[in-house]
Ligand binder design. Structure first.
Ligand SMILES: NC(=O)c1ccc[n+]([C@@H]2O[C@H](COP(=O)([O-])OP(=O)(O)OC[C@H]3O[C@@H](n4cnc5c(N)ncnc54)[C@H](OP(=O)(O)O)[C@@H]3O)[C@@H](O)[C@H]2O)c1
Length: 214
């Protein structure tokens, strides 16, 4: 399918490359159409890879992914434009992290609200689904690199949108994504980030993940 990836950092690039490898067509969006990472993405794929502004990528995609800094995700969806978001599934992988005072970052929103809910409230025309924010980008696109299956979480108000996202996650190698419920459950996964960051420090590697043992 045609997918718009809004974001050109490690996550945008990793997801866009994976989507191309799975046979999707991807337009990577940035503030500037000539963004270096986006043009490099186009250059390393023969076909099906495009770049443009956030708005152009959103217009292109039948499904969209928000992969920008948490501090700017709202601005980025605004820039994408309501008409380009209308009726579309928008996967939010961003985290509301404030690095302005260094490491560890603090959460910009928590407990009673989440970034995903802010995106959904600002853009009711879109179907926001929060997922993949609790794991490193190398894990997102290759979860089977660990010695055992681990878990990934999904939050969103629209049941059909979550099923579509779960199917995409399974195509990435996630065996059994856990549907946590409505978009307010994104509070829980966003609040996992302080723990994830401390685990990263302790482990010295980002290649690990959460596993629910039953
Ligand atoms: N790194 C990971 O493994 C990982 C794992 C899980 C979740 N996440 C989350 O995924 C998101 C992306 O992470 P990342 O490390 O790939 O990249 P990042 O450095 O957090 O974000 C890069 C993107 O943010 C955009 N951006 C920065 N400032 C902006 C502004 N003022 N206005 C509009 N857009 C702006 C950039 O736009 P341009 O393209 O125009 O430069 C770029 O596309 C983050 O929210 C992060 O917390 C990351």
């Amino acid at each position: 399918m045609k997918i718009g990836v809004l974001g050109t950092g490690m996550v945008g690039q990793g997801l866009a490359d994976k989507l191309i490898s799975l046979g999707h067509s991807v337009k990577m969006g940035a503030r500037q159409a000539d963004n270096t990472n986006a043009t490099a993405f186009v250059a390393r794929h023969n076909d099906h890879a495009f770049s443009g502004t956030f708005s152009e990528a959103a217009a292109f995609g039948e499904l969209l992914i928000v992969a920008t800094t948490g501090t700017t995700a709202l601005q980025v969806l605004d820039a994408a434009g309501k008409a380009n978001l209308a009726g579309k599934v928008v996967i939010d992988v961003s985290n509301p992290l404030d690095f302005s005072k260094g490491f560890p970052p603090t959460l910009l929103v928590s407990n009673t609200d989440s970034l995903a809910e802010q995106l959904q409230r600002a853009h009711p025309e879109a179907k926001i689904v929060k997922t993949l924010n609790t794991t490193n980008v190398a894990m997102m696109v290759n979860p089977q690199q660990l010695t055992q299956a681990t878990d990934i979480f999904v939050s969103g108000d629209d049941a059909a949108a979550k099923l579509e996202v779960i199917a995409l996650l399974k195509s990435f190698g996630w065996e059994n994504p856990i549907d946590l419920g409505d978009i307010s459950t994104a509070r829980c996964t966003e609040m996992l980030l302080p723990l994830w960051l401390r685990l990263w420090t302790v482990q010295g590697s980002p290649i690990f993940n959460f596993k629910i043992v039953r």
